[in-house]
Ligand binder design. Structure first.
Ligand code: IVH
Length: 701
């Protein structure tokens, strides 16, 4: 039994008195939701939920026609004029369109059959030509041009009277403000104002950073932007536009234009500078409509904007006139929906997930719900602040959104269904994967696991970072190999790398003995390193290559930095004495060496033979270039950029990326560009590689 027929049978069992009460309750509910949606721009339920209750009311009214009133939501197009915007009466009403809720192919077939019947065609007659278009998920707009100039933009409102939003629509770069010569003196172009997904994500990201209100979906964000009183706000919320039809137009007799088909009309609009979607296509007969529905449905996630279905329109304008209207809907067009991308469901629990960089993400465990074409049981809640802002608690009914290939997210809570007290969610104090402390850096929204090397969730990232060229420089230990090693559980912690034997490497897929040997010798070679490289390789948060160098230089030995025990490790105060180390870095280094797991990993690495000559500390090398700032540019004949940088830094120079008056030397190789020019302009001495080497060897440079 379909949902629809269930509703009908439920209605049939209702007594007139019960039906009257129920009808009123449903109408009040729909009215409230519609007000929140259209007037306040704050939807509280997903469209699918609204539609379900709307259909329930329709079914009840069909069963009890005496209960129908003219103000029932089923009897009019909903919408109200927001206070502050000027009402506009449309010259030609903006109609709604019949929606085929059957998301299967039969939706298109039913429409084609209806059109053929209305036109009195038999099976022997040829197929009808349609135009198939995406159904954009934004809001309808009427753009009025007089003598080729945009004079007014108005929302649909209730179809008869909309709102004047010209000031805001003028901020949309895709909408021409003037049209080429030869357009009819009066021309109303209709289409959809919407927000591209990327623009929506960026907007929400900005809102999140600034602690502002985030938007539920691109359509809601677009609607809010269009109906601002201050167009400066609209300007910050980038909108887009697609044209799909006409409103009023100068009659042909008075210098207007006559179009023969809808497709021709769209092509003309395009030639006048209006955006027309590339997906608009001619489709002949039901078979091609079905194919279009499937084809666009399959590429829906890849589109840069949201659509909630497709629209089929009879192409011939003469046939459109023949077909006419039924109440307020044209018989020549239909909207054929796709499965909803937002649905309501219940939060059964809130867990946390540890990402590969240690980020802890709260995740809602949901009662399974079919949304965006898949069954969803988990949705991200982003971070603790988002949970607090949205007010999500276990047991709540929430709106889940899954659009495109993105991870499903909880976008909001449906109000008023929480019974009794439910405690607020709290972040765990320790990592659920490795047990290390969980911290949040002041000013950051995310909580993180401090387990680093030790945490299984972060293992792959940690190993790749450790092996990187500027860290331990383990040649041949790349992405794919690390994946294999971690997934087959051969490597659990960094020290395991140095315990690798030939047999376990050769056992891996696509690993020949020769390559395995190479990896082993690269590992062996990497054991002889520097303290700075080792510290950088540990992947301590906030400790980049240059901080690692500063730490190595300042403390000289690892023991001075991490101490023999947790209690003797460098304090935050001691760390703050290191040049260029601020409170955030100091805290991060301190926390890292407080974790017993991390200390254990470091000890084991040393036990495996990782060593560095502490006497070869940078500050012990002859500092012939102390106080000099050097810029490297172009390709040097024998040294790589990294090698040159290491040599210069070992001699005490600071290697900088940009040339200024303070630059001591520019070392230029082949294909040096703007930096060389700048050096010449500022009179900074320029050296080649040989000159640089001479500088390094000669005292008193
Ligand atoms: S045609 C008489 N074409 O769907 C038909 N509407 O119409 C007038 N919509 O809110 C509408 N994409 O804004 C048409 N390609 C398209 C559309 C489209 C989206 C919206 C329109 C209106 C709703 C119902």
């Amino acid at each position: 039994m379909t949902e629809q027929s269930q509703l009908f049978s439920a209605a049939a069992q209702t007594s007139p008195a019960q039906a009257a009460i129920k009808t009123k309750a449903l109408r009040d509910q729909l009215q409230r939701w519609a007000h929140q949606y259209y007037v306040l721009d704050e939807p509280t339920v997903p469209d699918a939920e609204y539609d379900r209750v709307f259909r329930e009311l329709q079914a009840l009214e069909a069963e009890h026609p005496d209960l129908i009133t003219s103000d029932s939501p089923t009897q009019r197009v909903i919408g109200a004029v927001m206070e502050g915007l000027t009402p506009v009466r449309h010259a030609v009403p903006m109609l709604s369109i019949h929606t085929e809720t059957d998301t299967e192919a039969t939706g298109a077939q039913a429409f084609d059959a209806r059109v053929r019947r209305e036109l009195g065609l038999s099976d022997a007659d040829p197929a009808i030509e349609y135009v198939a278009e995406p159904k954009f998920d934004g809001l309808a707009m009427n753009l009025r041009y007089e003598k080729g100039r945009l004079v007014q933009a108005a929302t649909r409102g209730d179809g008869e009277v909309g709102e004047d939003v010209t000031h805001n629509i003028r901020t949309i770069r895709q909408i021409p403000l003037t049209l080429p010569d030869g357009v009819p003196p009066l021309l109303e172009v209709r289409g959809e104002v919407y927000m591209r997904r990327a623009d929506f994500d960026a907007l929400n990201e900005r809102q999140r950073e600034q602690g502002g209100k985030t938007f539920v979906n691109p359509r809601n964000a677009a609607a809010g932007a269009v109906r601002q009183l201050d167009s400066n706000i609209t300007l910050q919320r980038p909108l887009s536009f697609f044209a799909y039809g006409l409103g009023a137009i100068t009659p042909a007799a008075e210098g207007g234009l006559v179009f023969r088909t809808h497709f021709e009309l769209l092509q003309t609009l395009k030639s006048w500078g209006f955006p027309v979607a590339a997906q608009v296509q001619i489709a002949t007969g039901a078979t091609e409509l079905v194919a279009y529905h499937q084809q666009v449905g399959a590429s829906r996630d890849a589109l840069p904007y949201d659509i909630d279905g497709v629209v089929y329109k009879v192409n011939s304008l003469q046939l459109q006139r023949d077909l006419g209207f039924k109440t307020r809907e044209p018989r020549w067009a239909v909207a054929h929906k796709y499965p909803a991308q937002e649905m309501a469901t219940k939060v059964e629990g809130i867990d946390v997930q540890v990402g590969r960089t240690g980020k802890i993400t709260p995740v809602a465990r949901l009662a399974p719900v079919f949304v965006g074409g898949v069954t969803v049981t988990n949705a991200t809640l982003h971070n603790l602040f988002e949970i607090r802002k949205k007010g999500v608690r276990v047991g709540d009914t929430v709106i889940v959104r899954r659009a495109g290939d993105v991870i499903p997210e909880v976008v909001g809570v449906m109000p008023g269904n929480r019974v009794g007290y439910v405690p607020n969610f709290h972040m765990p104090k320790t990592c659920p994967v490795c047990g290390s402390d969980v911290v949040r850096v002041k000013g950051e929204a995310n909580h993180r696991c401090t387990g680093g090397l030790f945490c299984a969730a972060q293992r792959k990232e940690a190993i790749l970072h450790f092996a990187a060229r500027r860290a331990m420089d383990i040649e041949g230990l790349g992405d794919k190999l690390v994946d294999q090693l971690v997934e087959s559980n051969v490597i659990r912690t960094l020290p395991d790398l140095y315990r690798l034997g030939l047999s376990s490497l050769v056992a891996l897929e696509r690993m020949a003995e020769k390559s395995a040997q190479n990896v082993l010798s690269a590992l062996e070679k990497s054991k002889q390193t520097t303290l700075a490289r080792f510290l950088f390789g540990l992947g301590i948060r906030q400790v980049g290559e240059s901080t690692a160098k500063d730490l190595a230089k300042h403390f000289g030995t690892l023991d001075a930095l991490m101490g023999a025990t947790q209690d003797t490790a460098a304090t935050v105060e001691q760390l703050l004495e290191v040049p260029d180390v601020g409170p955030i870095v100091a805290q991060s280094v301190h926390t890292f060496f407080q974790q017993p797991h991390n200390r254990e990993v470091v000890e084991q690495l040393r036990a495996c033979g990782v060593t560095w000559s502490e006497s070869a500390r940078a500050d012990k090398a002859p500092q012939v270039l102390a106080g000099k700032t050097i810029v490297l540019t172009g390709t040097l004949p024998t040294l790589s950029r990294d090698e040159a940088k290491d040599m210069l830094e070992a001699a005490g120079a600071k290697v900088s990326g940009s040339v200024s008056k303070k630059t001591s030397y520019v070392v230029a190789g082949e294909e040096a560009g703007s930096k060389l020019a700048k050096a010449e302009e500022l009179g900074v001495p320029v050296l080649d590689e040989a000159g640089m080497l001479a500088l390094l060897s000669g005292p008193g440079a």
